[in-house]
Ligand binder design. Structure first.
Ligand SMILES: *Cc1c(COP(=O)(O)O)cnc(C)c1O
Length: 338
């Protein structure tokens, strides 16, 4: 086994309903709590008889729809098995051993994991509340996340441009972009070193399907396509993503409900704790209650305990916005415990 593997901390996926022998409310993984659009369901049913065949190798229809959705050329799009797979492909594509990779914290932990696997020199720097207000380093690659997981804030466009001027390559993870209504996808026409990563797991509610994509200069998009596993998106996932994109209005409506619920929860939680301002479908909360996440878990409510994440001082949890009845159950449980 390679030595570096022993140095890498496992990715912590948080608690999952399967680990409990009763019904729980899952607010730990930032999933979309609403059901898929009817057409996604019927497409999946109708595609079952095709699973003896390989999926279409180039995923052209999906790329064409993403191209329309974002207003970029389909030659600028690479697709694969979830945004996390694209993050890994990007590290495979760019990082040589000892390359300097800059990761502002607190942020998503997979960036460091995949970079270390490439034997990069990982440089993290803490920004309180992930408030980046300039460029701080130089190097091969910087990983930015906007809106950021777990703080929920958006990075200023000007700051991202500054990073683009100072790093060979900049990844902007926009897994939650649709909830914020902001994006830097258009900057790929000005910066050949920008790679934007997007997911079908959050806004489009297909976390169980595993579909993600990258938007970048066509040379980069082509290179990602070249090194990904052939057929890395399954037939069913491919069809589901297409049907979801063809019904984007449904998901926009849902995102509107989620944002309204988020602001309602934030207000209630704000009476008890410090709540970070969020532009995503989750909230980060700093608190002083011992074992709050565990005590919620005992009541069947799963949130993500992010205490100890580099860049967070003191106990914190991250809670995903669920359906109204789930959020109410969560809020009552919190109020009961405190
Ligand atoms: C959820 C998440 C992803 C992973 O998305 P998948 O498409 O499910 O792999 C990537 N980046 C961030 C910041 C996330 O929160």
């Amino acid at each position: 086994m390679r030595f570096v593997v022993s140095l890498i901390n496992e990715y912590d996926p948080g608690p999952f309903p399967e680990d409990f022998d009763r019904r729980v409310i899952q607010l730990a993984s930032n999933e979309n709590p609403y059901p898929p659009h009817q057409e996604v369901i019927s497409t999946l049913k109708n595609s079952v008889m095709e699973i003896n065949r390989y999926p279409s190798p180039y995923y052209r229809k999906l790329k064409n729809l993403i191209s329309e959705y974002l207003g970029v050329d389909s030659s600028n799009i690479a697709v694969s098995n979830g945004a996390s797979d694209l993050l890994r492909l990007v590290t495979d594509l760019f990082i040589e051993p000892f390359d300097r990779v800059f990761i502002p914290m607190p942020s998503y932990t997979l960036y460091a994991l995949f970079s270390m696997l490439r034997e990069a020199q990982v440089v993290t720097k803490v920004f309180e509340g992930y408030r980046l207000d300039g460029c701080y380093d130089r190097g091969k690659l910087a990983f930015l996340c906007s809106p950021n997981n777990p703080t929920g804030n958006v990075i200023d466009r000007a700051v991202i441009e500054e990073f683009l001027e100072n790093f060979d390559y900049v990844v902007v993870d926009e897994a939650y972009s649709e909830f914020a209504g902001t994006s830097v996808v258009d900057l790929i026409n000005h910066y050949e070193n920008l790679i934007v990563i997007r997911s079908f797991s959050k806004f489009f509610g297909l976390a169980g399907m595993r579909v993600g994509y990258a938007i970048a200069h066509e040379n980069v998009a082509r290179a990602i396509e070249k090194i990904r596993n052939p057929f890395s998106i399954s037939t069913l996932a491919y069809k589901a993503a297409i049907a979801a994109l063809e019904n984007v209005d449904y998901y926009r409506k849902i995102a509107g409900l989620i944002v309204m619920e988020r602001d309602r929860i934030a207000k209630r939680l704000g009476k008890m704790f410090y709540v970070y301002e969020s532009h995503a479908n989750f909230l980060l909360v700093r608190h002083e209650v011992g074992n709050l996440a565990d005590r919620l878990m005992e009541r069947g409510i799963l949130v993500r305990d992010v205490t100890g994440l580099e860049g967070l001082e003191g106990p914190h949890f991250r809670v995903s916005v669920g359906r109204k009845h789930e959020n109410d159950a969560f809020l009552s449980a919190v109020e009961e415990i405190t």
